[in-house]
Design a protein around this ligand. Structure first.
Ligand SMILES: *[C@@H]1O[C@H](CO)[C@@H](O)[C@H](O)[C@H]1NC(C)=O
Ligand SMILES: *[C@@H]1O[C@H](CO)[C@@H](O)[C@H](O)[C@H]1NC(C)=O
Ligand SMILES: *[C@@H]1O[C@H](CO)[C@@H](O)[C@H](O)[C@H]1NC(C)=O
Ligand SMILES: *[C@@H]1O[C@H](CO)[C@@H](O)[C@H](O)[C@H]1NC(C)=O
Ligand SMILES: *[C@@H]1O[C@H](CO)[C@@H](O)[C@H](O)[C@H]1NC(C)=O
Ligand SMILES: *[C@@H]1O[C@H](CO)[C@@H](O)[C@H](O)[C@H]1NC(C)=O
Length: 446
């Protein structure tokens, strides 16, 4: 039985890789039309000269004076070779909801190679289009396409958005405009350090993809104490076994001194409000310091660390086929004793496979008072009128499900609740990333 469970899990994980890649690169129909206004003969330092004034306000660094002097309160990271209309809605949901708004920064890690190639093909100048020129065209297009996304446009105009071209070769991703193999990026020690982040960027970052949305205003300080926050996974036996088994494998079975913390029983979760598997990486908050610690403690072949460095590490990340970075960090961080939210708290942050109510159904008897205590702590915001508990009660009274702060393509596991007044009320931006066919379901379900 346990073997079967493990097999199921691996199948499940591998399936996820496929979905992940599809979602990441192909799901979106509307790709931003990059600006290709290249006049015939005018040249400017050998480059085509645009009629447009290139006030794109996105460069490699932040231009906002307050950010320069006092840093970002949170850096939001989007890794996407080709931004789409949907990407902009995801960014808009963050720009509108991550407080304090005026101190939230954005970094877009993207590609310019295709744009550069197209510009060259469409241009009559003999000189080569430079990277800088292509970069500016992409930046300008992003700004132009953000007209319909006022909060993100505001972030652009105020100099809180920067962009860089992802060094796909360094991370061994598929190609300059196809970031397939994205887990390798997250498993690389360098990805969490100065190669990718500036002095102004926060240690605690919010990672976004095209298929995750921020539902409501949320206050980052409520979560900063943690190493990693993501939507929890259901703590079924297979998942419980998979994590300790991997931990043991990573330590070559020699885990006498460093045994994996036991997963709490349901009773412990109920009475001590314990941990569960946390969690989904697609929309997650992470401490970069902890990511660096974890990638050094248990380096995988993708860590980018030298063989010598890997040899002295206490743990070796011998990954299975189909092993994903979020499962890896969920295991390592838990094993290392990193601060992680409890199952219920993590469910208040994000929904992927289960809603917060469904976790409560598994762990009955987390009483109303305790639920409200956690809600008060994690949903508190000095910037909103309605209090966290009031909001929580309102959702309970509606007899619908609790809408967490973020959604990561929850429609894959459950149909029928996403295109409802309830979801629209508590997660207004969600409709912009919900696939058309999901809008056909109107069943109300808890
Ligand atoms: C390039 O030159 C050809 C021939 O003069 C012209 O037809 C075409 O429109 C030009 N293309 C661009 C992008 O200016
Ligand atoms: C900004 O962050 C850097 C480190 O990333 C730190 O050295 C500096 O003191 C911070 N500045 C402020 C004003 O907090
Ligand atoms: C954004 O661009 C405009 C137009 O070039 C410029 O006036 C403004 O100062 C820029 N904003 C920042 C924060 O650099
Ligand atoms: C466990 O502790 C013993 C004695 O302190 C030490 O010799 C051994 O290497 C440790 N094993 C691991 C896996 O750390
Ligand atoms: C939870 O407790 C609050 C007050 O403590 C109460 O107003 C609310 O109705 C309770 N909810 C349920 C579902 O019992
Ligand atoms: C929507 O639902 C109806 C009735 O169940 C079905 O006939 C139709 O094919 C569905 N449309 C889509 C786009 O899924």
């Amino acid at each position: 039985m346990p073997r079967k469970d493990v097999v199921f899990f691996l199948y499940f994980a591998a399936w996820f890789v496929v979905l992940e890649n599809k979602g990441f690169f192909k799901q979106q129909e509307v790709v931003l039309t990059y600006h290709r206004k290249v006049p015939k003969t005018n040249t400017n330092h050998g480059q085509p000269k645009d009629e447009i004034q290139r006030n794109y306000n996105i460069s490699h660094t932040y231009a906002n004076p307050e950010i320069i002097s006092s840093n970002c309160s949170l850096t939001v990271v989007m890794i996407e070779p080709k931004l789409t209309e949907q990407s902009l809605w995801v960014l808009e949901s963050a720009a509108a909801n991550v407080y304090p708004l005026h101190r939230t920064c954005f970094v877009i890690k993207t590609s310019i190679c295709k744009v550069k190639q197209e510009l060259q093909e469409n241009s009559n100048i003999t000189k080569s289009i430079t990277d800088q020129y292509a970069f500016e065209q992409v930046a300008y297009s992003i700004k132009e396409s953000s007209i319909a996304h006022p909060k993100f446009l505001e972030a652009i105009n105020s100099g809180r958005v920067r962009m860089n071209v992802l060094d796909y070769e360094h991370y061994d991703l598929k190609s300059c405009d196809n970031f397939e193999g994205i887990s390798k990026l997250f498993l690389n020690h360098d990805f969490w350090g100065n190669k990718e982040y500036l002095e102004q960027d926060s240690d605690f970052i919010l990672n976004l993809q095209n298929d995750g949305i921020i539902c409501r205003p949320f206050y980052v300080d409520n979560w900063r104490e943690f190493a990693y926050v993501g939507a929890p996974w259901p703590p079924k036996t297979y998942l419980r076994n998979e994590m300790p088994d991997s931990w043991s494998r990573f330590h070559d079975g020699n885990v006498a001194n460093i045994s994996f913390p036991l997963f709490p029983t349901e009773d412990e979760i109920r009475t001590k409000h314990e941990f569960g598997p946390v969690g989904n990486g697609g929309i997650s908050m992470r401490s970069r310091q902890w990511m660096r610690k974890a990638t050094r403690y248990c380096p995988t072949i993708y860590s980018g660390l030298s063989e010598d460095e890997r040899k002295v590490a206490p743990c070796k990340g011998n990954l299975d086929n189909g092993f994903l970075e979020d499962m890896f960090f969920a295991t390592i961080l838990r094993g290392m004793g990193a601060p992680l939210p409890t199952l219920f708290e993590a469910s208040l942050f994000g929904t992927e496979l289960r809603t917060p109510n469904e976790f409560l159904d598994v762990y009955r008897n987390i009483d109303n008072g305790t639920q409200e205590e956690f809600t008060a702590k994690r949903w508190y915001s000095p910037y909103t009128e309605i209090g966290p508990v009031e909001l929580y009660r309102e959702m309970q009274e509606s007899n619908m499900f609790t809408v967490s702060l973020t959604f990561h393509k929850p429609w894959i596991f459950r149909h029928g609740v996403w295109e409802t007044p309830h979801t629209r009320k508590y997660c207004p931006y969600f409709q912009y990333i919900l696939p058309e066919k999901e809008k056909n379901y109107t069943t109300f379900s808890k």
